[in-house]
Design a binder for this molecule. Sequence first.
Ligand SMILES: [Zn+2]
Length: 241
Amino acid sequence: MTHPHPAGADLRDALAAANRILVREGVLDAFGHVSARTAPGAGTFLLSRNLAPGSVTPSDLLVHHLDGQIDDPRPPYLERFIHAEIYRRRPDVLAVVHSHSPSVIPFGVSDTPLRPVVHMAGFLTAERTPVYEISDHAGDATDLLITSPELGASLATTLAGGSVALMRGHGSVTAGASLMEVVYRAVYTEVNARIQLQALTLGTPRYLSAGEAKAADQSVGAQARRAWDVWRNQVTQDGAR
Ligand SMILES: [Zn+2]
């Protein structure tokens, strides 16, 4: 599905709103972040300075290069390499969310894979959402954070061409072809995880088949704008109070 990718000041406004939406929807809290490529095909992206997402305004957004460097004295996020290395490998990706959204975490630390159980989450891989295992790349005494281009590259390899990868004991990463799409996917990854956990307490869930997931992603996912418009109005009203 394709949604417009805003430019210039409109992109900054939309990305600041995306930060607040993801906090409001329980995907980000004091931690986690969302970024947007500055333009289709560009080798730069916008990501906030090191700040809690609920406080991010357009002027906090820094232009990052794909090596994670910035031309700004303000401190960046430690885990900016997550975004940089996904943009480097995925020209189709225009927006990335990294979160610690809580319902998703159990599927990264157990042998039960995250799979689509609702039609709103057809973007999830039908058989198994991949799980990134940091100890395979950096040993068993890391802080689990993606703090170097090398770790970012290995995470991007786990994500491969997919929409979502889990990070064991840490969180997840979500990629999208637009800011609207990535926000929608991050919210519904958390919703699907919550519903899947509930279903697992009742018995064995009936998951979406690969064909159902693909068809649902094309029809329901194409309407991400409807969700975005509602969420953006909500955070605008929150800001006016
Ligand atoms: Zn993190």
